[in-house]
Design a protein. Sequence first.
Length: 117
Amino acid sequence: MLHPIEASQVGLRPRVPAQRGGPDAEDNPWHTGAACRRDEAGLFFAPSKEPTAARLAREEQAKRVCARCPVLLECRDHALLLPEPYGVWGGLTAAERRVVLARRRRHDQEQDLPIAG
C-alpha cells in the first residue's frame, strides 16, 4: 500500500497542493515535512473488511502520529478542501471530516438566512 502523499503523486489521489505563501512554495510543498512520511502507510488507510476494534486502534495510532506532526493544520486543511474521502488526514478520520464539513455547511446556511423581524 502506498503512503497517502506518495499515492497522490502517482495519480491514485488528487495531487497534494503546494504550501501556501512564501517565494519557494512550489519547490517546498507542505507535505515534505509530514510526520506520516516516516511511518507505516497502513496506519492511515483501512484494509478491506477491517474489524471495528482493529480500525479504532489503528486510527488512534495514526492520530498519535498526526499529533506530533509539524504540518497537521495544513494536512487537515488539504483533506477538508478536496475533500479526501478515505484515511486519517490532519488527525481526523474520514467520518470526523464529514462531521466538520456538515457543520460548516449548516453554519454557512444559517448565515445566509434572512433575519425575521
